[in-house]
Design a protein around this ligand. Structure first.
Ligand code: ZN
Length: 330
């Protein structure tokens, strides 16, 4: 995944954050302006309980334990425990794994299975950027599912991988795609369009097994953008500077702020390779546009709840740290 230039790895909120140019506060000690860091949408949503993933992890770990009984009997308890823990935390190696070893956690929901399907889709639409290499059997299947979907839809891409900012609530995030979409297939239109009508849509790519409520919270957060950041060259008359240090190197970029587009619909593009369900039945590859517009009010409320919790927890941590320091100096 690309790392947006305005993102920082540490935010004080337990995950990635954003330093948006021009958002500062005055330091109490030096009197100089300090860059404000907003939590990222993803960091905020780490607060949300994901029962579907938790059950899946439990199922996979149980299956792994059953497969490993002889090994577990032969090693010390803490070694066996460590091995089962590692099994879940490891990253799947999609290139090296040609067989569908589901019990090995290969089709892991937490993993970035679709690292390049988004790039691939964008390259296919605009024809300007080069399509990335399909780096696994799964990626190839997802590309085929995408091609089928694209043959039934016309897409005009307005923007991709862009930073959305909400200063009122204090958060930022990266949206996947701003598209106008027309259905070229018969039957019911995916986004309730009239025949032949394009509809301006905020789209988020998903390649996890299922789509959950937190995917709705995520798209509602991005939809709540007050400002969309656009990277420009230094000579742009309204350009503001962003500066960060990454791996010891100074990264400078220039930005202007645009009003967000008037999106009419909000949708997930859910793309999956061939898979098996928990009973071992085949689930063929698919690419589906899932309209989430109807529940945006509740998704927005859910995100705001998670954001409030994120900020409370960060503040509690800060206080605990400050108290720790007081104790040290006493
Ligand atoms: Zn359609």
């Amino acid at each position: 995944m690309t790392h947006p230039k305005l993102a920082t790895s540490k935010s004080g909120f337990g995950g990635r954050g954003y330093g948006i140019p021009g958002r500062t506060r005055i330091s109490e000690t030096t009197g100089k302006p300090l860059q404000l860091i907003y939590p990222s949408v993803t960091t905020v949503l780490k607060q949300v309980n994901k029962p579907a993933i938790a059950q899946w992890i439990a199922d996979q770990t149980a299956a792994k334990a059953v497969m490993s009984i002889p090994y577990l009997m032969a090693v010390q308890e803490e070694v066996g425990w460590g091995s089962l823990r590692f099994f879940w935390s490891k990253s799947p190696d999609l290139v090296a794994t040609e067989l569908r070893e589901h019990y090995l956690g290969v089709m892991n929901d937490a993993a970035e299975l679709g690292t390049n399907i988004h790039e691939w889709g964008e390259a296919d639409i605009d024809g300007l950027t080069e399509a990335p290499e399909a780096n696994s059997v799964e990626a190839q299947e997802m590309i085929e599912a995408w091609i089928d979907w694209h043959s039934l839809h016309s897409v005009i891409s307005h923007n991709q991988e862009f930073t959305c900012v909400n200063d009122t609530l204090g958060f930022a995030g990266t949206a996947d795609a701003d598209w106008s979409i027309r259905c070229d297939h018969g039957g019911e239109a995916c986004l309730g369009q009239e025949p032949g009508q394009y509809v301006r849509t905020l789209v988020d790519f998903k390649s996890s097994r299922g789509t959950w409520n937190d995917h709705g919270y995520q798209i509602a957060a991005l939809a709540a953008a007050e400002v969309v950041m656009r990277e420009v060259t230094e000579i742009h008359p309204r350009a503001v500077k962003a500066q960060k240090t990454e791996k010891g190197e100074k990264v400078i970029s220039w930005w202007v702020e645009d009003a967000p587009p008037a999106w009419e619909r909000y949708a997930l593009l859910h793309i999956r390779p061939d898979d098996l369900d928990t009973q071992g039945n085949q689930i063929p590859r698919f690419c589906l546009l899932k309209d989430r517009t109807e529940d945006m009010d509740l998704f927005r409320a859910g995100f705001e709840g998670a954001l409030a919790l994120t900020k409370v927890q960060a503040e509690l941590n800060k206080r605990a740290k400050a108290r720790g320091k007081e104790t040290e100096t006493e």
